[in-house]
Design a protein around this ligand. Sequence first.
Ligand code: NAD
Length: 513
Amino acid sequence: MSLPIKDILSHLHINDINHAFSTGSNWGSSPNAFVKDVTSPTDGKKIATVKFATADEYNSVVVTAQKAFKTWRQVPAPKRGEIIRQIGESLRENKKQLGTLVSYEMGKSLQEGYGEVQEMIDICDFAVGLSRQLYGLTMHSERPEHRMYEQYHPLGIVGVISAFNFPVAVWSWNAMLAWVCGDVCIWKPSEKTPLTAIACQHIAQEVFKRNNVDEGVSCLVIGDREIGELMSSDTRVPLVSATGSTRMGKAVSAAVGARLGKSLLELGGNNAIIITENADLDMSLIGAVFGAVGTAGQRCTSTRRLIIHQSVYDAFKEKLVNAYKQIKIGDPLDENNHMGPLIDQDAVALYLDSIEKCKAEGGNFVVEGGKLEGDAYASGCYVKPCIAEVENHFKIVQHETFAPILYLIKYSDLDEAIDLQNGVPQGLSSAIMTNNLREAETFLSYAGSDCGIANVNIGTSGAEIGGAFGGEKETGGGRESGSDAWKVYMRRQTNTINYSKTLPLAQGIKFDL
Ligand code: NAD
């Protein structure tokens, strides 16, 4: 570890026991709050303790956020952008500490921990530019001496429910855009990674305080799914942005839909790379192995399936098997290791169960999986990445197992490969490896990938913040981060202004008195 964790915790204002909620620099928790120890999957050691918020505390946070919205929406968008610029600066200053804590609390490699904070910095920069570009259109009115245009107004409170695997970046994708749009945010982080959320809240609230902004603009509520459920059915929260499993997304969507609120859903993936007979196999190997093994297979964009042309199937399988022999598994804070642990022992049990189910359906493991034992793996969360030859229709292959299990599927023509790629309930990320223009363009056409992300000669994992991020089908249909994803954080209003001396009606309707 490059920095001692004790110093990092104190630098990021993480205490031994941490409060359940924060409305800016105001932190609190009830005396009989549920108390939870947060342990690191890297070494099984307790890092700190957090308290969970009660329903009453959640309600008081919403009231504070509502009040903060009334002043924040009056701040001109470019001035809001200036404050986001300062948050970006603060993240730059804290990158090493925050990135290390992400790695220690969640278990991803140190490089990926730093990368996650870099993504936060990038979205801050994006949001600063965006703060001067919240454009609406003007239209020509059909009536003389009339002007028609549209403008975007902030929504109010944006509830952000986030998953454990990107414990801080996903919040920043939402919060930075929501803030420049004039919204306020209440963040319910994953109960598995609350400490990095507390660290981010300290960073943001310090900047808001320094700028004399009502700190209720940035609120944090620690808790489990019950807080998420309260938020989903709360009419005071016009937009709920929820990242997590498809199971969770269906529950959030139903609750938000029942009150006709807005939801932005970023749910599970079941991502495939098609490796054609015209692929560069060395490039394909890097994309496939990083996609399957990076973050121990715990990215929503992790590569779960390789759909390989029959003419290169055996050669590529051999390359893969050899590459898997080189993978170093261990403490993710040691930069020599490629793969760290799964998030907890429950995740290990699900991984082992998926292997059994795959075998029961006829899967042939060419690289065996299993739990790793020994002192270096004392947390009980380390597993072996494995590879199985399967059929796409297997129940287990249709399901997202959040672990490093890679499925190999053989194909003979491109249409079949695209059908296989699309033949799962999820629709997040997809890729084709080919040097053939026709294959690449077919994959990107309306007859190609049905996913929100479709890449050529890049793997499925590792998106840039400039594009709109999200997926179709059971991935939930939401888009966040770049492009025009900001529009979901605002309400659109069409305005028609009559500067004539008469009142002509649209469509030429006559109504004389
Ligand atoms: P999870 O669904 O268990 O939990 C995610 C969050 O939802 C947590 O904060 C949890 O407390 C909350 N939650 C759970 N049930 C809820 C309910 N009924 N109502 C409201 N909130 C509820 O997911 P996880 O295990 O933390 O994360 C892994 C999953 O997230 C994977 O499926 C992965 O693909 C997905 N994910 C998707 C994206 C994306 O952008 N598409 C990004 C990251 C993770």
